[in-house]
Design a binder for this molecule. Structure first.
Ligand code: NAP
Length: 253
């Protein structure tokens, strides 16, 4: 039997953080598989550009702001329809030691990386459950499982996101809605370039650092998008509450 090349035709996917890096690759991948995509990001112009390229609709929204998420939800429901798929990819990186950690930066990391996914999920979950189909994918991190020095805030946000994912998975399971996390390793995106330097520095970190991996590879955003698309596939209905690590083997929990 021929493989269905657009398994998401007729589906609506909302992707946060979709103007850049991993979120953008996910938005392209889901559109390529037939989904109509809502592109959600702080970066308005870049979001518009992505939406234009994939024939979707863009909305500027700070995921940490509950009111902004509520009004973005109403707006996107009108423009692309209520979501069958929600991917929470918006996030920020932050490195700071616990001793003397600034209160505001601690809260900011948690507000964006953990409370942001809560805000969007809260808005759309009951609709998904009523319609009897849903795929929620939260972009966590290997740092949510193995937390290095200086990564307590980031690691807490990403570990909390795994716990949140499992709570949602249990609440929604009987209604045909799955919730899973994808935990990337080292991926070449503007976030990592800013934190770690150019392609050569990333490649060197992948070969020989505590965040390196036995394959010695720097992952690309498309590697993560592939895993997300797998979880969003209608045939993945039996996979819920799981963490899919995409990391070249750096972590084998
Ligand atoms: P990225 O290129 O910086 O993309 C993140 C996007 O999220 C940006 O467009 C950013 O907009 C947006 N964003 C930030 N704060 C936001 C907010 N409050 N509301 C709405 N949008 C917001 O980073 P990335 O590397 O693709 O990261 C995507 C996700 O993967 C993040 O959750 C990150 O923690 C996770 N992750 C990344 C790696 C990696 O190696 N890259 C590894 C593990 C996990 P602005 O540019 O305007 O800030």
């Amino acid at each position: 039997m021929a493989e269905n090349l657009d398994p998401l035709r007729g589906r609506v996917a909302w992707v946060t953080g979709a103007a850049s890096g991993i979120g953008r690759a996910i938005a392209y991948k889901l559109a390529e598989q037939g989904a109509r995509v809502g592109v959600i990001d702080l970066a308005e112009e870049a979001a518009l550009h992505v939406a234009e390229k994939l024939g979707g609709s863009a909305i500027a929204c700070d995921v940490s702001d509950a009111g902004a998420v509520r009004s973005a939800t109403r707006d996107l429901e009108q423009r692309v329809g209520p979501p069958d798929i929600l991917v929470n990819a918006a996030g920020i990186a932050h490195g700071e030691a616990v001793a003397g950690h600034d209160e505001r930066s601690w809260r900011r990391v948690l507000d964006i990386n953990l409370t942001g996914p809560f805000h969007f999920t809260r808005e759309i979950l009951s609709g998904m459950m009523e319609r009897g189909f849903g795929r929620i994918v939260n972009i966590s991190s290997g740092s949510g499982v193995r937390v290095g020095a200086g990564a307590a805030a980031y690691g807490t946000s990403k570990g909390g996101l795994i716990a949140f994912t499992r709570g949602v998975a249990n609440e929604a399971a009987a209604a045909g809605v799955t919730a899973n996390a994808v935990a990337p390793g080292l991926v070449d995106t503007p976030m990592t370039r800013q934190a770690m330097g150019d392609a050569e520095q990333l490649a060197s970190a992948a070969r020989s650092s505590d965040i390196g991996n036995p394959m010695g590879i720097v992952l690309q955003p498309e590697d993560i998008a592939h895993a997300v698309a797998f979880l969003c596939h209608p045939d993945s209905r039996g996979i819920t509450g799981q963490v899919l690590h995409v990391n070249g083997g750096s972590l084998m929990p």
